[in-house]
Design a protein around this ligand. Structure first.
Ligand code: NDP
Length: 246
C-alpha cells in the first residue's frame, strides 16, 4: 500500500469483476475508496475489510445507479464519511446479448437504465460535487468498435457513454477535472462468461493478438493510470484496453 493520498474515489459496481479490481488497485494507490454495489453486499463488505486491513479507508455503499435518488444518496454517503469525492469511476454495467429482432422491451430498457442513465446520474452529481482537480473515468467497451451481431443495444449504451465522456470533459472547463473512458475488450468476469458456450469463449480468448482474455487487473491498471498523477494531460479520450482486438 502506498502512502495515503488524501483523495476519495467512488467506484460504482465495485463488489465484483472489474470494479472490485479497480477499487482494490485505487486503495493500494492510497485512495480512500467508496465501494458501490447494487445487490452483492457480502463481497462489497469483504472488499472494504480487505482495504481497511491493508491500512486504507473504505466504505461499502448500496445504490442502484439507474435511480437518480440512489445516486444522490451515494454521493451524500461519500461526503458524510470522507468529506467529498475526487475520482468517479463509472464502472457498473450490465450486458444482455440478443439480436435486435429478439430483444424485448424489458431488456432494452434495463440496459439503457443501468449503462446509459446510470452513467448520466453519476455524471450529473459529479458536475457539481466533484472536487477541483478531480478525475472521471467511464467504462465503455471495445464492442463499440467491433459491432458484432447481438451487441446492438449494449454497444449503443456504450457509444452513448463515449459521447457523454467527450461532452462532459468540455462542460467541466475551468475545474481542472479530466473526463476519460476506458473501453475493455473481452475480460474474464461473470458479465463476459454468462451464457456463452465454451467454443465461443475459446474463440474470443484467441481474438486478441496477445491470445488471452483480459483480466480485471489489466483494466484496473489503466483506470489507476487515468486516476493518477501521470495522466493529468489526458482529457476527453477513450482508451481501448483489449490486447489488440481492435
Ligand atoms: P460484472 O457483471 O462482473 O460486475 C458488474 C458490477 O456492477 C457488479 O459489482 C454489480 O454489483 C454492479 N452493478 C450491476 N448493476 C448495477 C446497478 N444497477 N447499480 C450499481 N451497481 C450495479 O461486470 P464486469 O466487471 O465485467 O463489468 C464492469 C464494467 O466493464 C461494465 O460497465 C461493463 O459493461 C464493462 N465491460 C466489461 C467487459 C467484459 O468483458 N467483462 C468488456 C467491456 C466492458 P451487484 O452484484 O451488487 O449487482
Amino acid at each position: 500500500m502506498n502512502a495515503r493520498n488524501q483523495k476519495v474515489a467512488l467506484v460504482t459496481g465495485a463488489s465484483r469483476g472489474i470494479g472490485a479490481a479497480i477499487a482494490e488497485r485505487l486503495g493500494h494507490d492510497g485512495f480512500t475508496v467508496v465501494v458501490n454495489y447494487a445487490a452483492s453486499a457480502a463481497p462489497a463488505e469483504a472488499l472494504v475489510r480487505k482495504l481497511q486491513q491493508a491500512g486504507g479507508q473504505a466504505l461499502a455503499a448500496k445504490a442502484d445507479i439507474s435511480s437518480s435518488a440512489d445516486v444522490r444518496r451515494l454521493f451524500d454517503a461519500a461526503e458524510t464519511a470522507f468529506g467529498g469525492v475526487d475520482v468517479l469511476v463509472n464502472n457498473a454495467g450490465i450486458m444482455t446479448l440478443s439480436s435486435v429482432a429478439d430483444t424485448d422491451d424489458a431488456s432494452f430498457d434495463r440496459q439503457i437504465a443501468v449503462n446509459l442513465k446510470g452513467t448520466f446520474n453519476t455524471l450529473r452529481e459529479a458536475a457539481t460535487r466533484l472536487r477541483t482537480g478531480g478525475r472521471v473515468i467511464n467504462l465503455s467497451s471495445s464492442v463499440v468498435g467491433l459491432l458484432q451481431p447481438t451487441y446492438a443495444i449494449y454497444a449503443a449504451t456504450k457509444a452513448g457513454v463515449e459521447a457523454m465522456t467527450s461532452v462532459f470533459a468540455k462542460e467541466l472547463r475551468g475545474r481542472n477535472i479530466t473526463v476519460n473512458a476506458v473501453a475493455p475488450g473481452p475480460t474474464a468476469t461473470e458479465l463476459f462468461f454468462k451464457g456463452k458456450p465454451q467454443e465461443v469463449i475459446d474463440r474470443m480468448t484467441k481474438l486478441a493478438p496477445l491470445e488471452r482474455l483480459g483480466q480485471p487487473k489489466d483494466i484496473a491498471d489503466v483506470v489507476a493510470f487515468l486516476a493518477g498523477p501521470d495522466a493529468g494531460w489526458i482529457n476527453g479520450q477513450v482508451l481501448r484496453a483489449n490486447g489488440g482486438v481492435i
